[in-house]
Design a protein around this ligand. Structure first.
Ligand SMILES: [Zn+2]
Length: 392
């Protein structure tokens, strides 16, 4: 084979390298702040939810906390954690998020001093929590911020309170379908994904549905929604991974419902249940949602395969002019891996591709044609896996 230096090939290999570098760093840059953040040592600590609730007055009046009032909130922010400017920015941001969440869920907007929500920022290495009157978050500067999640719980609870008040304080108007953790985590996870600061459980800044598509391609079985509804809470300290998945499923189900049927129907579940709000039972809504997930998983599989084919093509060029293409092919692989992680949470097909490229390279040392055939056969076979979605 004749090997002549071609200027345009050099240019193309550099363009590929730069594009691959950008593709690699985009998801990595999103994760970086949370990975490198160091929690400050501050003076405002509580050890548990019980510790907080039994000391709430002490915390409100603590000299280490500063109180701020805004239109819809009373804030208690630690002096040695937030400067005046940071506090003002946080307060403005929370007020703004409140408007966005109310609009998205089409909730009644009531400005009433009686319904002001207390916001406590505390240092507590555990989960944030909330009810209709207050919510507690810790270290929102870390990027691992649950403000919008907890705010949405508080706003949902206020909606419930308003419904009860409007119905002569009769709590019986609340439907059984809305009296469980599953119903409220739906909107909290969805609102956090839409309007949150970025890195919160359960998706940590990644698209919720994309993670579930990856799970489906890996053969994960989604628990029946009726059984999620029966659970006392979605969080179980003994099985954290599955807990995380339950939150993801709740958020994804809410997205499907709200995008398909609108926010009003979802809110009507509070008083009419799923059957009353949608004119169909939960199991039927569940089947529709699962079908939409299967379509999404297949679409994601096709995108991943196309990305893989691109890497194979660059690797093919690498086999011909090794020194010219080595850097672009390695960077493309890294980009493909980081996007695979970002989009799908699955790594079988990705590592399969690495094996195909390495095997192709090794066989090329022996014979060029065998190297190329090995690369494409192995690569395409392994990418085929991303198009297979088990029945759910
Ligand atoms: Zn929650």
């Amino acid at each position: 084979m004749k090997r002549t230096f071609r200027k345009n090939q050099l240019i193309i290999s550099w363009v590929v390298l730069v594009v691959a570098l950008c593709l690699f760093f985009w998801p990595a840059a999103k994760l970086w702040p949370a990975l490198t953040y160091e929690q400050p040592d501050v003076s405002y600590k509580v050890s548990s939810i019980e510790d907080f609730t039994s000391n709430i007055d002490k915390i409100r009046n603590s000299p280490t906390m500063k109180q701020y009032s805004s239109e819809h909130f009373e804030f208690y922010l630690p002096i040695d954690y937030m400067s005046q400017a940071e506090a003002n920015a946080y307060i403005k941001w929370v007020e703004e998020r409140r408007g966005k969440v109310l609009e998205y869920l089409n909730h009644q907007d009531v400005s009433d001093d009686e319904l002001k929500i207390e916001v406590f920022v505390l240092d507590r290495s555990g989960v944030s929590f909330s009810n209709g009157k207050y919510f507690v978050v810790y270290d929102p500067k870390s990027g691992l911020d649950y403000t919008v999640h907890e705010l949405t719980h508080s706003l949902d609870w206020q909606q419930i309170v308003l419904l009860v008040i409007e119905n002569d304080e009769n709590e019986d108007i609340l439907h059984q379908d809305a009296l469980n953790n599953f119903f409220y985590e739906q909107t909290a996870v969805l609102a956090e994904e839409e309007f949150g600061a970025g890195m919160a459980f359960p998706n940590y800044g990644m698209p919720v549905d994309a993670i579930i598509y990856g799970q489906l391609r890996q053969g994960t079985t989604i628990e029946p929604l009726e059984s999620l509804k029966q659970r006392e809470g979605l969080l179980d300290d003994n099985e954290l991974t599955i807990s995380e998945w339950r939150y993801l499923w709740a958020g994804s189900f809410a997205r499907y419902l709200i995008e398909t049927y609108g926010a009003d129907a979802h809110r009507n579940v509070m008083t009419a249940g799923y059957q009353g709000a949608y004119q169909k039972p939960l199991t039927e809504l569940e089947q529709e949602w699962l079908t939409s997930l299967r379509v999404g998983a297949l679409r994601q599989g096709i995108m991943l395969s196309l990305g893989g084919v691109l890497v194979l093509a660059i690797a093919h060029l690498c086999l011909g002019r090794f020194w010219l293409w080595l850097l672009p092919v390695m960077t493309s692989l890294l980009a493909f891996l980081s996007w695979g992680y970002y989009l799908s949470y699955s790594d079988d097909e990705l590592w399969g591709l690495v094996i195909a490229v390495v095997a192709g390279g090794l066989f090329k040392l022996w014979k060029y044609k065998i190297g190329v055939v090995t690369l494409w056969t192995l690569g395409l076979l392994l990418l085929l896996e991303s198009l297979i979605i088990p029945a759910i």
